[in-house]
Design a protein around this ligand. Sequence first.
Ligand code: BTN
Length: 242
Amino acid sequence: MHIIKLDAIDSTNSFLKEMIYAQEVADYTIVVAQHQTNGRGQMGTTWDSDRGKNLMFSMFKDLSAYVVEFPFYISMAVSLAIFKTLKALCIPHLSIKWPNDILSADKKICGILIENVIKNKLNSTVIGIGVNVNQTEFKNLPKASSLKNITGMHYDLDEILQTIIKHTKAYSLLLQQGNHEVVKNEYEANLFRKNKPSTFKNAKGDLFSGFIIGVTKYGKLQVLLEDEIVKKYDLKEITLMY
Ligand code: BTN
């Protein structure tokens, strides 16, 4: 495993993607930065973080051996790897908010940005992870928090990085061995607001209620609606309000 440690970079995901196009990159090559000047989040958002206080890294994973058809499995595997890491640190009330935010109670403590890369017709992926660790102020982000805010303790970023990598390898191995259902079941068991009455907003801005019952293997959210019909939504179609 190769870890590239950078002081500052625009985005570890962008850096790793450029590397992949320029040269051969081995599985589990990691790029970690103290600071990002253009950290990127899901759906074109930005990811801001105080210098040196949080964990920001990207990891390369070749997908050709297995999950090409169902890339959402890698998203579930990584979410669970982080979940397990934080659970071992005794972070309370952990859950995975679909598709892959990690929450403690209802506060976001980790975001994941997965970007697919196709080079020489081979599929690979860059998995970008931002964990809010020792930062204590989140201006204009009322739904964000950090491990330190939650427990009052200071954490070693490198230790958390190593543990996430270790668990990601273990969950990836499960997938490689064909245990897709084990990963999906564990992911669904830890889904935020699973089987609880929830309110959603559709792409038109209309509110509706239903119960999250799980995900499909393509990563769509399955919601049981009031009329007993189960509908599947992708990320652009639905926002979970509460
Ligand atoms: C999200 O929840 O919107 C995803 C946030 C992902 C942030 C991480 S930080 C390291 C990596 N580099 C980036 O530019 N983004 C990801």
